[in-house]
Design a protein around this ligand. Structure first.
Ligand code: F6P
Length: 321
């Protein structure tokens, strides 16, 4: 019988992580478990920085961005000796199982801990939507809406000045934030790892736009495609005659009040994770597929091909040109 569980957040923070923490704590308490909050991701396990949570520890956090447990990326957690310290600390406290809220990097740590005897369940907490075992990650929807709000504002000034705006959004190596925001904005061009556009084509299309007297253009680009987006904008400006400005939205995308969608997703997934631990499951991650909450073995999940949204990529050609 399970008695004590822990919960931590790891990797880049994402709006909705607090809702997931709350769901784990409240569901755990409801089913008679003691629940510990672990600070600073895996570092808190290694440094034994954890606190017992009660209902009030997670009161009034549903609308807060970030994570009340804070987060970290602990590269050393790949080393077995470092993980052993974590396991020793958990055993000393009698904590038998964990919920790990984070991206795919954090999932690997969860799998390895399970193999060392601590059952772990992973929840997909990242703005990037780069986890194949779920249709949506916690934080993606809020981030998408933040991008749309910012790009709407950039559009106003871009139109007024008849400029070209090249807007770089986050996503790590996954183009979903760029693709979804580009479709939502009707951007003239969307450039992602799944939809690369050669520089000559960008230039050709912009010259055609200028000739057709559509004297403004919005281009949304996934980060990590161009080493320096400002230099890219400079080249585009010189080649097309468009006054071109690069905008890097940056970490404003990661903060803010979580959307209704992210809050509900986090609540469903958090409660499901506790059910899994109570059933004695570990080494798995939770996802939402076709609106059902499901779980996968972490190794299997990390092998799944990511949905490249072929139907949305097609929309770029139909609607945005
Ligand atoms: O994984 C989330 C994410 O925001 C990515 O989109 C981005 O590339 C990265 O984290 C930035 O991380 P940091 O804030 O640690 O530089």
């Amino acid at each position: 019988m399970l008695h004590k569980i822990g919960v931590l957040t790891s990797g880049g923070d994402a709006p909705g992580m607090n809702c997931a923490i709350r769901a784990v704590v409240r569901a755990g308490l409801r089913f008679g478990l003691e629940v510990y909050g672990i600070n600073d991701g895996y570092r808190g396990l290694v440094e034994d920085d954890m606190v017992k949570m009660d209902r009030s520890s997670v009161s009034r956090i549903v609308n807060r961005g970030g994570t009340i447990l804070r987060t970290a990326r602990l590269r050393e957690f790949k080393e077995e000796s470092v993980r052993q310290k974590a396991v020793d600390n958990l055993r000393r406290r009698g904590i038998e199982a964990l919920v790990v809220i984070g991206g795919d990097g954090s999932y690997m740590g969860a799998k390895k801990l399970t193999e060392m005897g601590i059952n772990c369940v992973g929840l997909p907490g990242t703005i990037d939507n780069d986890i194949a075992s779920t249709d949506y990650t916690i934080g993606f929807d809020t981030c998408l809406n933040t991008i749309i709000e910012s790009v709407d504002k950039i559009r106003d000034t871009t139109e007024s000045h008849e400029r070209c705006a090249i807007i770089e959004v986050m996503g790590n190596h996954c183009g979903d934030l760029a693709l979804f925001s580009g479709i939502a904005e009707g951007a003239e061009m969307i450039i992602t790892p799944d939809h690369p556009v050669p520089e000559e084509e960008v230039i050709r299309e912009l010259i055609a736009l200028k000739a057709s007297k559509r004297a403004m253009a919005m281009i949304i680009v996934c980060e990590k495609i161009y080493p320096n987006i400002h230099e890219f904008a400079e080249r585009i400006g010189q080649a097309t005659g468009f006054e071109t400005k690069a905008e890097v939205l940056g970490r404003v995308q990661r903060g803010g009040t979580p959307s209704g969608f992210d809050r509900v997703l986090a609540a469903r997934m958090g409660a499901y994770a506790v059910d899994c631990l109570l059933e004695g499951k570990g080494g798995i991650c939770v996802g939402m597929v076709n609106n059902k909450i499901v779980d996968y073995d972490i190794y299997e999940a990390l092998q799944l091909p990511r949905d490249k949204h072929a139907s949305m990529l097609r929309l770029i050609n139909i609607l945005n040109k």
